[in-house]
Write a protein that binds this ligand. Sequence first.
Ligand SMILES: [Zn+2]
Length: 420
Amino acid sequence: MSNLRIIFILFLLSLNLAISAQKITSISPKQIIGGKDELLTLKGTGFGATRGTSYVSFFNEGNSYSDATSGNELNYLSWSETEIKVAMPLAFSNKVKVVINSKDYLSADTLKVKANLGYRKVYPLLYTLLTDNNKNGGVSWFVHPVYWNNPLIKQAIADVVQEFRCKTGANYIIEPLTKLVPLSLGEGMHILAPDTSLGVIGYNDKLWSSCILGADVFYHNQTQLLRFNTKQNWYYGKGQPPAGASKFRYVLMHEMGHSLGLGHVNELGESMFPTVTLLPSDKWCSRDTITLSEAKAISYYIAICQNFMFRGCGITTMKPNVDCKDVFGLSLGTQDKLNDAKVSIFPNPAQDYIYVILPTQNTNISAVLYLKDIHGRIHLVSNVQNETQVLLPQDLPNGIYMAYILSSQSQYIFKVIVQR
Ligand SMILES: [Zn+2]
C-alpha cells in the first residue's frame, strides 16, 4: 500500500470519528428565562436521528442535573443528528447536558438562566394562576396593623407593590388588616405581616385550589401569606442597608416575586437569588427595582392570569390594573360604574383605527383618549369628540391595551385588543 493510500484511509477514519463523536458545539440563546416556553437550540453532532431514550438535562436548584424522568417530560420541538430544539424548563445556570445511551455530553458554554417561572407541569405548560380574587380586579394584600400604622414600613410596602404593578401589570393592592387573625392560610385572606416564630428571614406561603369543570381542571392561588421574621434588624429605607441590617424592601421584593410565580435562580445580581441578606446579595440589594428578566417573566405569567378562558366556581380573570400607581385601590370603587357608561369603542379587536363614541346628550363634550399598555406606558394621546375616528400608530404591537377617556366630568376605561 502506498503512503498516499494509507494517509487517505487515515483521513477517512478520522472523518468518520469526527462525525460520530457526540458533542454540543453551541447553545442559543446564551441567556434565557425558564418555565415560559422559551426555545433553546442545541447544535452539535451525534445526537441521533430521533430522540429515542436520549434527553436533555439541566442543572437544578438541588445542585444536580435533572434525571431521565424529567428529561422525558420536556417539550422537544425537534431532534436530529445535529440539532435539538427544546422548550426551556426551570433550571439553574450551568452547562447544558445531553444524555445519549446513558452517556453524558456537556456543552462547552454556560447557559445563564436569569429568571424562572414555577409551573405544575412542564408540558403542556400548566401554572397555578392568580385570578380576580378580591372581586375588584385582583388580589388584596391585607397588611398587619404593626406595619400599616408605621409610616416607614407602609411606604416601603406601597413602593414595592407599585414596582410590581407598574412593571408587570400585576393587580395587587394593599388594604389594612382590621381584625387580628392568626397568620394562617386558612383565614381566606392574603396577609402581609411580621411573624415572631418564623425560622427564616421571610417566607411566602401559598394555598392553591382547583376547580374541575368537565375535562378542565383549573388551578389557582386561593390565599397567600408574606411573613417576615421579627428577630431581624430590619432597615426599611431605600438604597444600601447599614452594615448588619436586613433590607425589608429587598426581602419583600424577593418574597413578592415568589407570590407572582417566580422561583429561584443562581444568577448573581437577580432578586430571586436564594439568599436575601448578607453575602452575596448585599452586593446588589441596594437596587430598589426588579430586574428586566424578572419583569419579563412575571408579565408573561400575569398575561396568562388575565386571559385564561376557564369559567367555573366563580373564577374570573385578573383585570389589568388601571392606574399602576394606585396601590391602595382608591379608584376601584368607581370602576364598575364607569364601565357601563354610554361610551363605546369599536371595533374591538382593532386593526388600524378605533371609533370612540361619547354620550350624545352632551353634544359639546370633548375629551382626551390615552392608550396605555399593561406596563402603564402611553402609546397614544388624542382629542376625541362625540364621534371620532382615531388612527392607531403603525408600529403599535399586537396586544391588550387600556383606553382611558378623560373629560372634565368623567373618566372611562376600556380594554382594547390590537390584532393585526
Ligand atoms: Zn426564596
